[in-house]
Design a protein around this ligand. Sequence first.
Ligand SMILES: [Fe+2]
Ligand SMILES: [Fe+2]
Length: 398
Amino acid sequence: MTEPAIPGALSAVDRLVVSLVAGINMRALYGSEHPALASHVDRILEGVSAACQERQQDSLTFLVVGQDLVVETQPLRTGSLYHQQFIRALTRRGVERLTVALGLDAEECVRFLTPMALGGVPLSTRYITVGRVELQPSVIEEGPGPGTGAGGGAGPGGDSAIESLTAQGVDGARDAFTEFRTDRRGGLVRLEQVVWSLMDALQRATREILPLAPLKTHDDYTFVHSVNVSLLTLAQARSFGIEGARLHAIGLAAFLHDIGKLKIPLEVLNKPGKLEGDEWRIMMGHAQEGATHLCGVEGSHPLAILVAYEHHMRHDGQPNYPVPRIGRRPTLASQMTSISDVYDAICTTRPYAKARSRQFAVSVLTERVGTFHSPALIANFVRMVGVTPADPPDEPTR
Ligand SMILES: [Fe+2]
Ligand SMILES: [Fe+2]
C-alpha cells in the first residue's frame, strides 16, 4: 500500500487523520514489529505533535457525531475519503471519542492501532483516551434522576459504574490500591490504569447520575472513597475543558489524595464519633504523610504529591491543616479534590458515620463558600451534581 499524497492545503489535524487511517490500514497488513508499520507510526507521532502545535494544546479530542467528525468543538470538513474512513474505523469499534496527547510513543500507538485494525476493544492508555459507546443497553443511563438516592453511595448508577469498570478489566483495583503501600511502582501503574477506566466510565455517564461507587464493606471505605473522589474531580476538571494526559494527572492525584490514611491505625480511622487530642493529630497528619509517601514513589506525578498535601487546605489561605510555612491558596486540582472529598465523605456511609443526603452535602459545601471553597468552583459543582442545598449543616467533616 502506498502512502497517499498529502496536498499542502491540509491542516495538521487533517494530516493526523490521514496518518491514523494509514496506520490502521498498515496494521491490518503487517505485524506489530514490521518496519513498514514503524514508518507510519512515526508519521502518526509527528502528526500528533504538529496538530497539537497547530491548536496550541497538549492533546486533541476527536468526536464522532453522527456522520461528522468534530475536533474539540469544531466540525472537520468530512468530504474526504480519509475522514470517512476514519469515522468508519472508529464507529466499527464503538469509539465515539478519541483523545490523543503529546507524549504518545510508538509502542502505545501500535497498541491502539492493533484492535482498530484487527478487531477487539481499543482501551485507554496513558496518552490515548478512548470513549466508547455502550454496545449493550446502558444501565447507567437509566439511573435515578437528580436528588434521588439519599446516601448517594449505592444507587443503581453507582453499581453500573463499578460493573462497567470491572468489565473493562479493572479487577484487582482494590488490591492494587492496597499493594501500592508495598509494591510502590507496580501498584502505581495499575492505579494509573484504573484512572483511565474511570475516565472512560465518566464519558458514558450523564450528569444527573454522576456515578458514585457502592460501598461493599467497611474495609473498602478508603478505596471506594478514592474512586468516588477521583470520578467527581475528573467530572469537575472535564467541565472546565481539561482533557487527555492533564485530566488523567488530576484524576490520579484525586485518587491518591488520602493515601496517607493507609498509615493511620484502624481504631483511629474508623472510630465512631469525635476524635480527641492525639487521635485528631494523627488524623491531620495524613496529608503530610501522604505527600511524603508519594515523594518516595518512583514515577509519581508532582501533582499527586501536591494534592495529597493540600487537599484539606482552605481556599482563602487561612490555616486548616497542614499549615505551610507561607500561607497560600491550594492549587486548582487540590481545590477540586477538596470539594469532591467533602461531598463524597458526607454522601457515603463511613465506618464512623451514616451517609447523609446529597442535598445535605451540597448545603455543607455552600456554607463553606469563600472560606474553605472557591465560590466559582462550588457553583460549578452544584450545577454538575444537579442538587440544591437542604438543611443547614450540623456536623464537621474529617
Ligand atoms: Fe483527606
Ligand atoms: Fe478524603
